[in-house]
Design a protein around this ligand. Structure first.
Ligand code: TUI
Length: 315
């Protein structure tokens, strides 16, 4: 057993959530993580509401365990996706890349738990006041759209600023990371990169191999000048985007160049010209495993790390 209040809040076995990665976190992956005792999450990304509804129904057909949907708030389909989530009585949502404030009332009424992903103390405090159930504090080690703070300084500052449960994300892929997050005051972790490489993940095998080959310094942040910094594996796409930024390309030009590039990598498997959003822990993630094995290894790893600490620290 390895339970925290997150398990009680979400009715799950282990305090592990899967990141809601756009073009990656399909119903297959979410169902596998939930079936393994964590919280699987469908990544709505820029997909239309009909796709999200199909994936929700897929998860329901594959598992009876709780699951979630991640709503990317920059999507043009947010309103329709929120309606589907409420109609389908989805147990939990996480949100990213914005403030979900205006949807909180309706979601609560529908019985959906709301766990926004935040990258700052200020947004965590504002959302606590608005009645969210918990927050994911996501450090800049994460893949995809990132904030400025790293996980180590962000998590304790959010933990001390709010009374609701805090889940740590960014740079976590194993039991040591889970234990470290708990030491910082978090009640669990959210992991993207490692679950992206799970057997049940439908991401292109080219992407999984690129992550297995990646070394510690192989991710970069692009798009700072657009106001939407994104961490991804360093490849031809990232270098071309960086060169455009250096030459002073406009936000419109940069956004046009980036359009469709996440799908190109994750679905089409074009690992040269696509955007392979992945976290700094990519350098450590080195093999494909079923979601169930990943969850089990993280829990036994955290238990071992705790025993090791008791030996290493003389008190
Ligand atoms: O959302 C994420 N990660 C993402 S979203 C995404 S989709 C995308 N595709 C192409 C270009 C850009 C994005 C890929 N990865 N993580 C959660 C997260 N949310 N990290 C940071 C934030 C965040 C940032 C600013 C949340 C709120 C915010 O400001 C809101 C406000 O009003 O203060």
């Amino acid at each position: 057993m390895f339970k925290t209040v997150l398990c009680d809040l979400l009715n799950i076995e282990y305090p592990i959530m899967q990141g809601g990665m756009a073009w990656v976190a399909t119903g297959e992956l979410a169902a596998a993580v939930s079936q393994a005792g964590g919280l699987g999450i469908i990544g709505a990304g820029h997909a239309p509401a009909e796709w999200v509804q199909g994936e929700i129904r897929k998860v329901k057909s594959l598992t009876s365990k709780p699951f979630g949907v991640n709503v990317m708030l920059m999507s043009p389909f947010v309103d329709a996706i929120m309606s589907v989530i409420m109609a389908e009585k989805v147990p939990v949502i996480t949100t990213g890349a914005g403030n979900p404030g205006k949807y909180i009332g309706a979601l609560k009424e529908a019985g959906t738990k709301i766990i926004p992903v935040v990258a700052s103390v200020a947004l965590a405090k504002r959302l606590e006041k608005q009645g969210v159930d918990a927050v994911v504090a996501e450090g800049g080690e994460s893949g995809g759209h990132v904030g400025e703070l790293a996980t180590m300084p962000l998590v304790p500052q959010v933990v001390d600023a709010v009374e609701i449960p805090v889940i740590a994300a960014g740079g976590v892929a194993d039991g040591r990371g889970l234990l470290a997050a708990l030491a910082l005051g978090a009640v669990g972790v959210q992991m993207g990169t490692r679950f992206m490489c799970a057997t049940e993940s439908t991401v292109s095998p080219m992407v999984k191999t690129a992550i297995f080959k990646a070394k510690d310094r192989d991710t970069v942040i692009t798009g700072r000048s657009t106001g939407h910094p994104v961490r991804c594996l360093d490849n031809k796409f990232a270098r071309e985007l960086a060169a455009m930024e250096k030459e002073g390309a406009s936000i419109e030009e940069l956004e046009k160049f980036g359009m469709g590039k996440l799908r190109l990598a994750m679905v089409e498997g074009d690992i040269a010209h696509g955007s392979i959003m992945a976290g700094q822990i990519s350098g450590w993630v080195s093999r494909e495993e079923p979601a169930e094995a990943i969850v089990k290894h993280i829990i036994t790893g955290a238990q071992e790390a705790l025993e090791n600490l008791k030996v290493r620290i003389r008190m």
